[in-house]
Design a protein around this ligand. Structure first.
Ligand SMILES: Cc1cc2nc3c(=O)[nH]c(=O)nc-3n(C[C@H](O)[C@H](O)[C@H](O)COP(=O)(O)OP(=O)(O)OC[C@H]3O[C@@H](n4cnc5c(N)ncnc54)[C@H](O)[C@@H]3O)c2cc1C
Length: 269
């Protein structure tokens, strides 16, 4: 590989060390790690998902729980570094590798990054981030959301023990967009809901699924992720189905028609 092709757009314009310094400050404030990583693989997982595998010696010290994510520095200057968050789909401490799956919807900076990265590119990240993990006291776990939530839902579902139940309802573009997962627990629910020609960011199909779900008995926990309005509508629907607020973990990942803020979160107002 030539010296040039070994460099990312980030490092070739001298930004990598700049991001590293800023990531170290941010990581110290958050009590997490600043990670200088390199892309080892970037491939299509489905027609609408790019799977990106990153490696770096600093991953040796990372101890993420399923559902946590990395904050990737994409572009920007000074205080205004623009970041996007991607869930850790797989973590291999032995090989010092982490895998992220990115939904290719829209043409925002995160999606452009996912489409453009190639093996050898440098990536500056901060992590692990995120507070939502599996509820150890729940006998069943319900995962509901759109494509952006699929990596978190599947990473958590794969960590549910075989004696427990998983209920899955994840909206994707269509049958060819369903993703492989190695879930050991008993799985029920529609699993994949097909959007077809409808636009993303509409809660209708997921609300329909939640209304008709048959939920296992015992105490369960629901995890909801995706578009801002969609997750709020799903929260209301699950509360209406009798879930207590302490048994609901809801996270807004993106907002229809609006860019996420520079810190990677959807704007709240
Ligand atoms: C904690 C957390 C974890 C996340 N984990 C993942 C993950 O594992 N995989 C993943 O793909 N995303 C994940 N996301 C979402 C991700 O961080 C970005 O929001 C997403 O990639 C879009 O970023 P962008 O810069 O391309 O678009 P933005 O600049 O934020 O938005 C540009 C335009 O694209 C639209 N848009 C954004 N996302 C979608 C979408 N999914 N469908 C349709 N239109 C969209 C926006 O409405 C806007 O009009 C996560 C977000 C959070 C907060």
């Amino acid at each position: 590989m030539s010296a040039r092709s070994d460099r990312s757009p980030v490092s070739s314009n001298g930004k990598s060390s700049d991001y590293r310094r800023q990531n170290e400050d941010l990581a110290a404030r958050l009590g997490v790690l600043a990670l200088s990583l390199r892309v080892v693989q970037a491939e299509d997982l489905t027609p609408s998902f790019r799977r990106i595998t990153l490696a770096g010696e600093e991953l040796r010290a990372m101890e993420p729980f399923p559902g946590q994510d990395l904050m990737i520095a994409l572009d920007g200057n000074g205080e205004r570094v623009r970041r996007r968050r991607y869930t850790i789909r797989h973590f291999d401490r032995w090989r010092r590798q982490v895998t992220l799956d990115v939904a290719l919807h829209g043409d925002g900076p995160g999606v452009q990054w996912a489409r453009s990265v190639r093996p050898g590119h440098a990536v500056e990240a901060v992590g692990p981030r995120g507070k939502i993990g599996l509820d150890p006291n729940a006998s069943w776990h319900l995962f509901v959301g759109d494509d952006a939530f699929a990596p978190a839902a599947l990473a958590m579902a794969e960590a549910v023990p075989p004696t427990r139940n998983v209920v899955l309802a994840i909206e994707v573009d269509g049958p060819g967009h369903e993703q492989p997962a190695d879930v050991r627990a008993r799985v029920s629910g529609p699993r994949w809901i097909h959007r077809g020609d409808a636009a993303p960011g509409n809660p209708a199909r997921l609300l329909e699924a939640v209304a008709s779900l048959s939920l296992p008995t015992g105490r369960g926990h629901a995890y909801v992720g995706g578009e801002h309005r969609v997750v709020n509508a799903l929260r209301d629907a699950l509360e209406a189905r009798g879930l207590a607020s302490e048994d609901l973990s809801v996270k807004s990942y993106w907002r229809l028609g609006r860019q996420n803020a520079a810190n990677g979160e959807p704007e709240r107002t």
